[in-house]
Design a protein around this ligand. Sequence first.
Ligand code: FCB
Length: 442
Amino acid sequence: MTALPPRSTFPRGFKFGMATSSYQIEGHGAGGAGPTHWDTFAATPGNVVRAENGARACDHYHLWEQDLDLVAAAGFDIYRFSTSWARVLPEGRGTVNMKGLDFYDRLVDGMLERGLKPAMTLYHWELPAALADKGGWRNRDISRWFADFAQVIAVRLGDRIWSTAPINEPWCVSWLSHFLGHHAPGLRDIRAAARAMHHVLLAHGRATKVLRIAGMKNLGAVCNFETALPADPSPFTQAAAKRYDAIYNRFFIEAMFKGRYPAEALEGLEPYLPEGWEDDFVTIAQPLDWFGVNYYTCKRIAPDDGPWPALQEIPGPLPKTEMGWEIRPEGLTEFLTRIARDYTGKLPLYVTENGMAAPDRLENGACDDQDRIAYYAAHLDACRKAIASGVPLKGYMAWSAMDNYEWALGYAKRFGLIHVDFESLQRTPKASYHAFKQALER
Ligand code: FCB
């Protein structure tokens, strides 16, 4: 049996958390939430495994107290959650659904009562369908709609939040959803993708300003990173991996911290960016108080025929998770080191997501997910290596607290430390939960 490195092996004050997101757990059918682009995406044949959606999910909307009890009982310091735009503003703008705001109000108070620090993300992908009708992330106005939403949240919750990030994983919001078409709205269109990439950053900047003016503290950003390993040593292949790296790993952080886009991304995207994009960096590059890194895996990249970015993914040799993602913990050390060196300097870094899907089953009322414990042990070690080399890493959040709606893969991919039976909604802490509990004991 693998154990997790105990709290005492991390610097004093290092914080541990569990992460979730609204649409993946709440049950969006309850409480007067408006329809989102994930509901319509899932209702369209071929987009989501078994056409599953988030209407019921884990019913966290009703069961949140027992969920927070479990997070607190394991000794975590932080609970990372998100607010659903469509729950708070069912039409995306205008009339507030008070029941929705009340829910987040109770949730935040519930965290504080249990000694958990609320780490809030404003947008984890449930775009109100009414705004999708207006072009969603392709429409420049979304940055203002989003800033207005940020204002509503700041007024109601701002006094009790420990940390805030406006948008989870800009790459997924834009490239994955508008170029690769894997996530809602399922577009495969380079112009849509370029615009979404830029507008998501503009929305980040505008919302950050609004939150700051509203007096909120500890504002950051959360981006996802995936090592781009060249599939072979040839110069063409290396150049392809560089393009992948520029689109995935550099585009967003470089805009936020250096006020520019990488040349290797501009070579394909520039013709499609909205007019005047260069002038927006003053808004995009807001001062931040921390930066969050979501890390899961690496990709092997090779060149491909066809238009820019002309690259393909090649299967790699390392052991894989249930998602088919290679397990490469050293990639986390590499990114933390690189991000601090190239972009964030002394700014506190957090791992805001890391974890794995496994084919978990309950046997005699328990789930012995040793593979997940090994994954966490290796990645926590990777964090310690980064810290030892001087990276100001201040905390680590596991994805995810509980099994949930894994987007286009529906409920089949289980990432939780807590097992959820999606029929009975019964929660059962897995062995990985108990391993964290032991490691976090003071
Ligand atoms: C991340 C998402 C999160 C979850 C994990 C597996 O990209 O932020 O919602 O789907 O991947």
